[in-house]
Design a protein around this ligand. Sequence first.
Ligand SMILES: Cc1cc2nc3c(=O)[nH]c(=O)nc-3n(C[C@H](O)[C@H](O)[C@H](O)COP(=O)(O)O)c2cc1C
Length: 273
Amino acid sequence: MKINRIYAVYWSATGNTRKIVERISDKLATLTDLPIETIDFTLPPKREQKYEFSEGDLVIVGTPTYAGKTPNKILPFLKSGLIGGGAAAIAVVTFGNRSFDNSLAELCDVLESNSFHTIAGGAFACRHAFTDKMADGRPDTGDLLDCDLFSEKILAKIQNMDTFPEPVKVDGDASAPYYVPKGTDGQPAKFLKAVVQTDKEICVECGTCIELCPMGSINPLDVSKNIGPCIKCHACVRGCPTGAKYFSDPAFLSHVAMLEMNFTSRKENKLFY
Ligand SMILES: Cc1cc2nc3c(=O)[nH]c(=O)nc-3n(C[C@H](O)[C@H](O)[C@H](O)COP(=O)(O)O)c2cc1C
């Protein structure tokens, strides 16, 4: 089967998914000598339009895993903003060393429903947005080599294809419920309403957080206040140049402590063709 264009398409609040999708698409572009077009829909303005693809396109689509699925606030865009038109798709999720549970299955399902042909899927373990104690330093060299191997196998599959095969089978169940976060006491940790805090002693009001927030939720007139939902993505926490953003919600901190106690041993990436 002939591929004419490669697209790197991702939502990535703290940069892991971007790194993985870029590595896979870079390798594919090198192997095929085709250019890459990038669609980074992390920020709200990029989600105001629809993106249409067509046969002959190879589209690598990536999102992180949030509560075992794709981020729920991004799901409406995934469902309506990416129109496959018969293009081949590679579904990619990253996860923070607990589990990708059902995120990859959900992403594959959404892409198939949007007229993409999913020919491969990959789940990559990356540093958890919440803490450096889980998969710190990942994606590392080994992970990037896994991306290269993944790209090589995808290309071999495409070269041997006359028509599109059955959708790729991946682990997980697209219709499964969200993972319920637990605290250190083993009980559900309810932190849906937790909002990022600002240390006003440290904040220099540079406005970086306003630019980084994927929900456009930080008040441009007072960065310590939110004007929209906080999805706890940690874009502002990780991106603040003075370290002024943090979470103080006890249920959220208990969940992070529980993760750090139970999910630090290295998780492997899982690739499906
Ligand atoms: C709100 C939220 C929920 C998360 N839920 C999970 C999860 O269920 N399982 C897991 O292993 N990692 C989870 N993570 C970690 C992210 O999947 C991981 O850090 C991912 O690589 C972040 O991608 P990004 O850097 O592209 O934003 C979660 C992170 C956030 C912010």
